[in-house]
Structures are given as structure tokens and as C-alpha cells.
Ligand binder design. Structure first.
Ligand SMILES: NC(=O)C1=CN([C@@H]2O[C@H](COP(=O)(O)OP(=O)(O)OC[C@H]3O[C@@H](n4cnc5c(N)ncnc54)[C@H](O)[C@@H]3O)[C@@H](O)[C@H]2O)C=CC1
Ligand SMILES: CC(=O)C(=O)O
Ligand SMILES: [Mg+2]
Length: 467
């Protein structure tokens, strides 16, 4: 299996160069020898003896940055004036904005969009609230809501700190599915308060995408909102992830020629994503799933405070396997990690059955790095964009909401989720499937349209579509 180099960090160095003492070629060679790759160059100022240039340099990681800057500092005639990180630069001022759809240039136009004429629209909606779907942004607006309690694999961080992820999701909603999504990070701890706040916000939105809310609270929040609101509520980390995982597994099993029903599947991290993936795989026909969390395998003989784990023990692990991840992974066909980084060892993979399939999906660091796992697995996937086979909920949420909003579905039900998973899997023609291509890429334009079509069809078939 081919693995791309992990080279996702770009630094921008502003260099003051004394042209009498050193040429740009010598600097570039020195950067190259230190493991950096100059990918862009801007001339900021040019004088007779000196020039100031911004160099964008690709490096492998923080250590790579250090090596490159040290190499430049050792050169005579070069002064590093400033170092910046491209990832920080693209976040300056945030990643999204709100723009008007039409421009207002005179008082007459103003009177139509704003007072006094707008009052007629308000009155119409007051008389028939369903008109809000057509006469406001509502039907193409999704709230991306987090309380910052389980952000990526970073755990509980401040709501402000969760914003970059939610802005990123909002950006992808717009770019991939033309949906206006708003990042809303709530400074609330209590489940009931979160539910009430989201209910109060809901009139402005056509759908609610819950994001990075820790388990087990996320289950109650989603369940209550689904019952108490008449717009789709979707916890992305649960269902978006489960849908994409099922799509990836369906395609991976075609390559290894195994049937879901005979596979032993280990799911590591029995939180929001792990529980939803389990439910989806059980529905798809997997019989032997073993869930592993911090204290080892979940079984029906243990007493758990977390009632989802009690359900889990009763509905999985038919052979009552007990012990650590290393113990229960013996002879497993599939490993799915949605826990934390670097907890799976090569020695564990070696114990798996022939042609192991490993989805190490924790973000930002997978349960095992693809470089380490590579020689021992048949199919490897991560949640990251810098390796092949990106199994990430970004493949699902734009398309599933596009479909749900277009047909004005009241909920996103199980049939719609299964249809989405099959649509993602079927996006890759069978003769193109290979170990590095079991899941379509995020920028494959067919993904959103295929999901949307399948989801609208399933919504109509199950009677939840209004359009
Ligand atoms: N690739 C993708 O699309 C997605 C990836 N994820 C990743 O999956 C991970 C979990 O996300 P959520 O389910 O939302 O969080 P969560 O907080 O609901 O669940 C995480 C679970 O992992 C368990 N865990 C922690 N350390 C563990 C260990 N050493 N061994 C086994 N289990 C351990 C926790 O006890 C918890 O039950 C995160 O890293 C997240 O970034 C989540 C959603 C989508
Ligand atoms: C991808 C995502 O939603 C997560 O890692 O939480
Ligand atoms: Mg998430």
C-alpha cells in the first residue's frame, strides 16, 4: 500500500537577504538539504543590496520547522525577520462570513428589504409560519452547534476553542452543498440547558447539526431535540461518522472478499461515534462486534454507570470476550478506532485475521499511524486529509443535509442514513476500487449529489418528506 508523506505543515518565513553575500539559490539549496520544500515565493521589497522575501516552505512537522530555521540562521547574509504558520494565517479573522444576496443602492430598494415593506412579509409569516421556509433563509440554514465537550480527540475545551472546528464545518457545508451554516458554540454545561437553548434558536434554522458534544449527554440531547423539534436534528459525530464508516467497510470487504456477517469487528472508543457505528453495523448484518473502551472490552456481565454501555454489553460481544484491546483483537477482521491517538500497537495488528482492515479514525492523531501500520494491514483508513482513504464525516453531512432540506424532511431517519452510506460506497465503480481507494474523496463532486438523491428518495419512501 502506498502511503503519502505526512507533509501538511507550511511555514512562511520573511527573510532579509544581503544580495552581496548570498544568492537565493544558495538559500533554497540549504532549505532543501534541511528537509524543507519551497512552495511559494513573494518579493516584498527589492533594493540594490538587499531584498526582502516571503518564502512558503513545506515541512513535515514542528521538528522539521526547527531544522529549516536553524539551517537558514546558520547562513551568512540572511536575517529571519518573521516566522508565521500558514494554518494560523488562514484562520485570521475566521474562515466564513455572511454576505447579502442583493445590493441595496437607494431608499426605494431599502424600503423593500427593510422597513416599511418588510413588515408585510413578517405579517404573512405570522399568519402562516410555514412561509418562513420560503421567505427567509431558514430552509437553507443549518446551525452547527457544540458545547465544546468532545472536540475532535482533544476532549473538553472552551467553547471559544471549539469555534475553529465549527467554522470549518460551516465552511464545508457552504462549499460542498451550498448550505448556509452558522457555527454556534455554547457556554453551557447542563444537558437540559443545552436542549432549551437549541429549541429557542430553532425557528431560524432548517436543520440542526450537533457537533463534538460528549457522550453520554449527546444521546439525550439529540433524542429530545428530535422528538421536540420538527426540523432534522443530526449528531454528526454519531451518524455522519457511522454512515461513512459503513460505506468504507462495504467497499473494503469487497477487496478482501469477506462477508460482513462473518467478520469479527473491534470498535475502540465507545462514545458518540463508537455507539452509532456499532448500531449501524449491527443493522447491516455484523454479528460479532466487541466494543473496547478505557477499561477493556464491554460485556454484559459488568455493571456500568453509563446506560449506553449497559445496552452495548447486552447487544454485542456474543462470545463474552473479556480483557484489554490487545487480548480481544485476536483474529479480528476489522478494527475501527474512534477513541484517542496512538493506542493501537503493531503487535496488536499482527494478531488480527488475514487481510486486516484498520480504520484508525481518531483526530487529529489516529489510533496508529499509517506509516507504522502499513506493512501489516490490507486496507488502512484514517480521518485525516493527508493520507489515502479519508473516512471522515465531512463526506456525509453536506449531502445528507442537502437532501433533507431539499425535500423538507421532518427528520433524518435510519432509512435515509443507510441510503447515504450505500450512495457513498457506490460512488466508486467496483473496477476502480483498490486498497488506497475504498472511499471517494471529499472533492469528488458526485458525492454530495449521489447522497442527496438517495436521501430524498428514502425520505419520500418513508413518508417524512414534505416536498
Ligand atoms: N473520522 C471521523 O469522521 C471522526 C472521528 N472522530 C474521532 O473519534 C474520537 C471520539 O469521538 P467521539 O465519539 O465524538 O468522542 P466521545 O468523547 O463521545 O467518545 C470517545 C470515547 O473514547 C474512549 N477512550 C478514551 N481513551 C481511550 C482508550 N485509551 N481506549 C479506548 N477508549 C478510549 C472514551 O472513554 C470515550 O468513551 C475523537 O478522536 C474524534 O476526533 C469522531 C467523529 C468523526
Ligand atoms: C471529524 C470529526 O467530526 C471529529 O473528529 O470530531
Ligand atoms: Mg466531530
Amino acid at each position: 500500500m502506498m502511503i503519502m508523506a505526512q507533509s501538511n505543515m507550511h511555514i512562511i518565513l520573511r527573510l532579509e537577504i544581503n544580495k552581496q553575500q548570498i544568492s537565493f539559490g544558495e538559500i533554497a539549496t540549504s532549505i532543501g538539504n534541511a528537509g524543507g520544500d519551497v512552495v511559494a515565493l513573494d518579493v516584498i521589497n527589492e533594493e540594490q543590496d538587499t531584498t526582502i522575501r516571503d518564502l512558503t516552505i513545506k515541512v513535515n512537522n514542528k521538528d522539521g520547522q526547527e531544522t529549516v530555521t536553524q539551517a537558514i540562521q546558520s547562513l551568512v547574509g540572511v536575517n529571519i525577520k518573521h516566522i508565521s504558520d500558514r494554518t494560523f494565517l488562514v484562520h485570521l479573522g475566521g474562515k466564513i462570513e455572511v454576505r447579502p444576496k442583493l445590493s441595496i443602492d437607494n431608499r426605494e430598494e431599502l424600503s423593500h428589504v427593510y422597513t416599511p415593506e418588510v413588515a408585510r412579509i413578517c405579517t404573512a409569516i405570522n399568519e402562516d409560519p410555514s412561509l418562513a421556509h420560503n421567505l427567509t433563509i431558514k430552509n437553507n440554514a443549518v446551525a452547527v452547534i457544540s458545547d465544546g465537550s468532545a472536540v475532535l480527540g482533544l476532549g473538553k475545551i472552551k467553547p471559544e476553542a471549539a469555534m475553529p472546528v465549527m467554522e470549518g464545518k460551516a465552511m464545508l457545508f457552504k462549499q460542498l452543498a451550498d448550505i448556509n451554516a452558522y457555527p454556534l458554540c455554547l457556554d453551557v454545561e447542563n444537558t437540559e440547558d443545552i436542549i432549551q437553548i437549541i429549541k429557542s434558536l430553532s425557528p431560524a434554522f432548517g436543520g440542526i447539526n450537533l457537533e463534538d458534544i460528549a457522550s453520554p449527554g449527546c444521546f439525550e440531547i439529540e433524542e429530545r431535540l428530535k422528538n421536540e423539534l420538527n426540523i432534522p436534528v443530526f449528531h454528526d459525530d454519531q451518524h455522519g461518522t457511522a454512515i461513512v464508516v459503513l460505506a468504507g467497510i462495504l467497499n473494503a470487504l469487497k477487496l478482501v472478499n469477506k462477508d460482513l456477517s462473518i467478520c469479527k469487528v473491534i470498535i475502540c472508543g465507545i462514545g458518540a461515534a463508537g455507539i452509532s457505528i456499532t448500531k449501524m453495523l449491527l443493522k447491516a448484518g455484523v454479528k460479532n462486534i466487541i466494543g473496547v473502551d478505557k477499561n477493556g472490552a464491554i460485556t454484559r456481565v459488568e455493571n456500568y454507570e453509563n446506560k449506553m454501555w449497559t445496552w452495548y454489553g447486552e447487544n454485542t460481544n456474543p462470545n463474552m470476550e473479556q480483557g484489554s484491546l490487545s487480548a480481544v483483537i485476536q483474529d479480528a477482521d476489522i478494527f475501527i478506532g474512534v477513541s484517542v491517538g496512538n493506542i493501537l500497537q503493531v503487535e496488536d495488528i499482527k494478531k488480527m485475521a488475514k487481510n486486516p482492515v484498520v480504520f484508525a479514525l481518531a483526530n487529529p492523531d489516529p489510533e496508529i499511524s499509517p506509516e507504522k501500520a502499513k506493512p501489516y494491514v490490507r486496507v488502512m483508513a484514517t480521518g485525516r486529509s493527508d493520507f489515502p482513504n479519508q473516512v471522515n464525516n465531512v463526506l456525509c453531512f453536506p449531502g445528507i443535509f442537502r437532501g433533507a432540506l431539499d425535500c423538507k424532511a421532518s427528520i433524518i431517519n435510519e432509512e435515509m442514513k443507510l441510503a447515504a452510506a450505500k450512495a457513498i460506497a457506490a460512488t466508486i465503480p467496483e473496477d476502480e476500487l483498490n486498497e488506497d481507494y475504498i472511499i471517494p474523496g471529499v472533492f469528488n463532486k458526485s458525492v454530495v449529489s449521489n447522497i442527496k438523491k438517495a436521501v430524498v428518495e428514502a425520505a419520500h419512501d418513508t413518508g417524512v418528506a414534505k416536498n
